[in-house]
Write a protein that binds this ligand. Structure first.
Ligand code: FES
Ligand SMILES: [Fe+2]
Length: 342
């Protein structure tokens, strides 16, 4: 079961050029995305109302998509506007359309009741297109339940083991306590790691050669987006008190969308406010972040094979599972509430 009345990241805007239909599955629903000649992004059910051919096998014609099987055309609202060889278009000739909104270089889709699609509910991830920041971005198709990835991102202890070659400098980090806060639809986790070596990726990006004070704070928002405020500064230069000028700051963004019960669209961004004009730095951070996130994905895909669906029922919990378990409790409540008031 998925939460339908929510915005989900569909595709990076740059990956939706005009005139090229893209087939996707979101929350088990086949969707065709395309951009019209006038630049509007469109999402329609990827199933023609004539004989169920996928519209994504057709072509874009100006502001419509033409089915590749018998040539029916549909406009951006999903209404059939052309049937070859006949002038009468039956009033019910249409496919479902889904609300879309392009914001911060991402195309967001609403899979639930279109009347509830409030654009103010899109997470404010402005760093992705703010001129004061530079974003490295990526997309990873993952063969695992989306909540396994959210679990992973809310659990800081795995960093010391799974990412020991990229993000972790010292196993002692795993024992640093976290502060957890919860609202009705968010869970936040934060910790400071003081006076340890910089992790390999940060040492490379920030040129650190000594000990650092390091911060990690994340906020998960229902259903499945997370933004991490991470970075480090030379130890003892006042970062915990608010002076970050002796370090580097990064926003690590995770835009997670269920594809099916066992597969996930994973869009990520790694955004910095230093070395803005340095493409080599963008590459260092892109490649470092991608390598790190692939460590997660590879483990989750292996984990998925050992699980029935996405359920973690019957497994044992440890203290570090507190934030992921709170996330799952919130989601169970939201999904149950939605099912009770469809
Ligand atoms: S199946 Fe689309 S036009 Fe026939
Ligand atoms: Fe990780």
């Amino acid at each position: 079961m998925f939460l339908k009345n929510a915005w989900y990241a569909a595709i990076w805007a740059k990956d939706l050029p005009a005139g090229e239909p893209v087939a996707k599955i979101f929350l088990n629903q086949p969707v065709v995305l395309f951009r019209t000649a006038s630049g509007t992004s469109v999402a329609l059910e990827d199933r023609c109302c004539h004989r169920a051919a996928p519209l994504s096998r057709g072509i874009c014609l100006e502001n419509t998509i033409e089915c590749g099987y018998h040539g029916l055309r549909f406009d951006a609202t999903g209404a059939c506007v052309h049937i070859p060889g006949q002038t009468h278009i039956p009033p019910g000739a249409r496919v479902r359309s889904y609300p879309l909104c392009e914001r911060h270089n991402m195309v967001w889709i609403w899979m639930g009741d279109a009347g509830c699609a409030d654009e103010n509910k899109i997470p404010d991830y402005y760093w992705l297109d703010d001129p004061a920041w530079v974003a490295a971005t990526g997309y990873i198709p993952m063969q695992g339940h989306y909540q396994l990835l959210v679990d992973n991102l809310l659990d800081f202890t795995h960093v010391s083991y799974l990412h020991k070659n990229t993000l972790s400098a010292d196993p002692a980090e795993a024992t640093v306590p976290v502060k957890v806060e919860r609202t009705e639809d968010t869970v936040s986790v934060a910790r400071w790691i003081l006076g340890l070596d910089a992790p390999p990726l940060f040492a490379k990006a920030g040129g650190f050669d000594g000990k650092v004070d390091r911060w990690q704070t994340t906020t998960w928002r229902a259903p499945s987006t997370l933004a991490f405020d991470v970075g480090c500064a030379r130890a003892g230069t006042g970062a915990p008190e608010g002076d970050r000028t002796h370090g580097i700051s990064i926003w690590s963004m995770h835009l997670i969308t269920p594809e099916t019960e066992t597969s996930t669209h994973y869009h990520w961004g790694y955004v910095r406010n230093f070395a803005l004009d340095d493409p080599a730095m963008t590459k260092v951070l892109h490649d470092g972040a991608e390598a790190t996130f692939m460590e997660d994905v590879t483990m989750i895909e292996a984990q998925q094979k050992n699980l029935a669906g996405g359920s973690i029922d019957g497994l044992m919990d440890i203290n570090a599972d507190n934030p992921p378990l709170q996330m799952r409790r919130i989601m169970d409540g939201l999904i149950a509430a939605e099912a009770a008031n469809p």
